[in-house]
Design a protein around this ligand. Structure first.
Ligand SMILES: [Zn+2]
Length: 66
């Protein structure tokens, strides 16, 4: 029976993230907390959400282009 040799980390979970930090349960460290927002330097209309506890990437908010 072949076992998967590589420990696979869960893929990024793309929450319906908004422009503001909000409370989530981190799928990586299971800590409930507010996301940490990192604004992209090149694309000012996108913001990346990271876990405030373990720092894992959780999802990107992209402002709708009008
Ligand atoms: Zn975390």
């Amino acid at each position: 029976m072949a076992q998967d040799p590589s420990p696979i980390r869960p893929p990024p979970v793309y929450f319906a993230v908004g422009p503001k930090s909000h409370e989530i349960t981190c799928p990586y460290c299971k800590v409930v907390g507010k996301t940490r927002l990192v604004r992209s330097l090149l694309r000012c209309c996108t913001k990346r959400h990271h876990c405030s506890s373990c720092g894992e990437y959780l999802g990107t908010y992209r402002r709708p282009q009008l």
